[in-house]
Design a protein around this ligand. Structure first.
Ligand code: ATP
Ligand code: MG
Length: 354
């Protein structure tokens, strides 16, 4: 690599390292870096890897993301399925996945990297994730980790990194956990996370609801359920939709889903509001009464993929206000599923001296 006169991605001759944001998620990983036109590129990739043997050389090769999922559905590995790399084998797969993703995107070694890390009570998993991060080829100019819900709140609460100077609440709605925290000037107070209110639970419920609504005639898999949720879930204007399945004995069967998707989402939202109002907030009030009052007077940042569902933010605000018997405001960034990596990128820009 020619190190001296590297033009950086903005086309300016510079010795400044490239700022990079990373969110390694159980379903999707998001990588953010300068797009070369003064903006930021966000690369979304399914967090999965498939290996195969090169037909000519016999070498083992790896394929990652959407292509791995589409071409090798039989053996693709989602190594962060539970949110963190559970064991050495999955840590090694995560390491390989991340290297493939970085090299496909040409992320330079001379970079300042900020990782958005989930809040979970799983020390071994967190240690494994730290190993993956520390052994990665990027971040020669600096590496830091911040909680995922803090990173996600940054684009929800301003155009810069204003959130880091405030006292506020953040809730992140992921596929394997629901995370809530209070932040006081970047410091995480009373981190809370639960694995019982998740995007994956919604998918499982949709599978069961579809079976019930079709009197047992239609059984969809979890991927299809997730697609139904992502395409048709809507708290503002949900419409019944139809789909067709091939039947084992030949022929096809068309069916309509009236309530199956929205019922699952209503369960999710009520459970999320209940966890925040009746589990997380009482603990916070107990330990930090004044910051609790200050934070509730500010908008709550709602992020994560599940916050992409149209109307989720407004409905969360309405139901949480009702549950707490006081008006609270809830805001989401424009792209809640990319927000953690975007926020991480903004912190990385500061670290890189921009
Ligand atoms: N555009 C969308 N519309 C609806 N739901 C979405 C959308 N994008 C993602 N989701 C859902 O959000 C969840 C994934 O959220 P996110 O990407 O924040 O999770 P993750 O970080 O990969 O998971 P975790 O935080 O549990 O490790 C999944 O259940 C997914 O189906
Ligand atoms: Mg996440």
């Amino acid at each position: 690599m020619a190190a001296e006169s590297d033009a950086n991605d903005d086309g300016i001759e510079s010795d400044e390292p490239t700022p990079v944001g990373v969110k390694l998620g159980s379903t999707r990983t998001v990588l953010t870096y300068p797009d070369g036109n003064g903006g930021v590129h966000a690369e979304r990739s399914l967090t999965c890897l498939a290996t195969y043997e090169d037909a000519i050389t016999g070498d083992e090769k790896a394929l990652f993301g959407e292509r791995a999922a589409a071409e090798y559905p039989d053996c693709v590995e989602y190594m962060l399925r539970s949110g963190l790399p559970e064991d050495d084998e999955r840590a090694a797969l995560a390491d390989r996945y991340f290297r493939e993703l970085l090299s496909a995107n040409g992320v330079p070694e001379e970079s300042a990297v900020v990782y958005a890390v989930p809040t979970m009570e799983n020390d071994e998993g967190l240690e494994n994730l730290t190993d993956v991060i520390e052994s990665s080829p990027i971040g020669a100019a600096g590496m830091r980790s911040y909680p995922e819900s803090l990173c996600g709140a940054i684009p929800a609460l301003g155009d810069g990194v204003e959130a880091v100077d405030e006292v506020f609440l953040a809730v992140n709605m992921g596929s394997t956990n629901l995370e809530a925290s209070a932040y006081r000037r970047g410091d995480q107070l009373v981190p809370f996370s639960t694995g019982s209110v998740t995007g994956n639970d919604v998918d499982r419920r949709i599978v069961a609801n579809v079976e019930e609504e079709t009197q047992g005639r239609v059984h969809v898999d979890l991927t299809t359920a997730r697609e139904y949720k992502e395409e048709h879930g809507d708290f503002e204007s949900f419409e019944p939709f139809s789909d067709v399945v091939q039947q084992p004995g030949g022929g096809s069967h068309e069916f309509t889903i009236e309530d199956g998707v929205q019922d699952a989402l209503n369960w999710y939202l009520d459970a999320a509001v209940d966890a925040v109002a009746n589990e997380f907030l009482p603990d916070l009030a107990n330990d930090f009464m004044k910051p609790y009052q200050l934070a509730l007077a500010n908008p709550i940042a709602l992020t994560g993929g599940m916050a992409c569902i149209p109307g989720m933010t407004g409905e969360f605000e309405r139901r949480l206000s009702a549950e707490l018997d006081r008006e609270v405001a809830v805001v989401s960034p424009d792209e809640p599923d990319l927000a953690a990596a975007e926020g991480a990128h903004r912190i990385a820009e500061r670290l890189a001296g921009r």
